[in-house]
Write a protein that binds this ligand. Sequence first.
Ligand SMILES: NC(=O)c1ccc[n+]([C@@H]2O[C@H](COP(=O)([O-])OP(=O)(O)OC[C@H]3O[C@@H](n4cnc5c(N)ncnc54)[C@H](O)[C@@H]3O)[C@@H](O)[C@H]2O)c1
Length: 372
Amino acid sequence: MTVKLGILGCGSVLWGPYLSLLEPLIREGRVEICAAYDPIPAKAEAVNKRLGLTKRANSTEEVIDHKELNTVGIFTSMKAHASLTIAALEAGKHVLVEKPMATTLAEGQRVLEVARKAKGKLICAPHILLSPTYQAMYAHIKEKSIGEVLSARARYGWSGPWWGKWFYEPGGGSLFDLGIYNVTSLCGFMGSAKRVTAMAGVAIPEREVEGETITVNPDAEDNAHVLIDFGQNRFAVITTGFTMQKYRSPAIELYGSTGVLQMLGDDWAPEGYELWRNTKGTWEFFPDTEPGWPWTAGMTHLVRCIEEDAKPLIRPEHAYHALEIILAAKAAAKDGQARAISSQFPAPDYLSLASQDDAEKRKRRQHDPRSL
Ligand SMILES: NC(=O)c1ccc[n+]([C@@H]2O[C@H](COP(=O)([O-])OP(=O)(O)OC[C@H]3O[C@@H](n4cnc5c(N)ncnc54)[C@H](O)[C@@H]3O)[C@@H](O)[C@H]2O)c1
């Protein structure tokens, strides 16, 4: 089945990362992009031109209700994600939505409810569980290569976006934009969180964005340290912000009862991992088996799941759990009170992904025998 995709939001993430992933799929005849909409006409026009679309979409409804479409990709600013996801699922479409799935808990709950009843599949970014490095580290944890994971640290940051004022308005901030990768990664490795507290705030109150000096809203923190309790006295800390110029530390550090696992690079762009096992008494380095793995890979995964009518590995419940943690961290940073976390999510089903990988390799071999 060809994936017939409609696009909402024609900004930076679509233009570079997603379109470069989609274009080979289009050439292979697996994806057809039928419509693209952005309220800024110049952005929509540029995408229409690049994709050779002659008919212009004039509203989000025109894309969501488009009869020929079976899938919608949502690449808008964050606050629009939940309502557009709900509308697209209710219209019977498959959906990929960039992170976060929602910016309030009520919206997130509604997305989950609608997704449970919908005939379409829902994939919520980030897609980091799909990276080969993440999968290899996950396998070590399941095999107890480092015993029980007792303590962990994760970090992701940079100096912050110079585009999109919405990053610095309510519903924006570094936790939704960056910390969400670390929250998703750590929960994937350690399971559902039980309790959260945090320090978070705006360290740089004025920023230059799109050539203007803007005042950052206090709700859009640019500096955050989040402490997560995973139960049984197992803790993790996340350091994130638009306050980090560079770093050379591991993205993720997992301290187990008999060893240590460290992801190098960033969790959205891993560069392999290091493993310490007390039994070996030395650090082992495992380079990334797929250098340049695209962090947009959730789109290829969705295409495959639609082609094979398979259940996506990335679960909306995991995205909702990350949302609950981030909102709890934001609230705890305001009043200093730790928050209990009530949601849970299922462990990723990597066995079904492995069979999909084999099918994908067969498909690629048919298309281009040199691709393996
Ligand atoms: N830029 C990146 O490198 C990057 C990386 C990973 C994830 N993301 C995520 O991608 C999303 C978009 O980020 P971006 O950097 O591309 O932002 P952007 O500001 O460049 O683009 C967002 C676009 O969405 C449009 N838009 C807003 N409301 C809309 C609506 N209702 N319907 C259709 N279009 C609408 C805006 O006009 C804008 O052009 C965010 O959720 C962000 O967290 C971005």
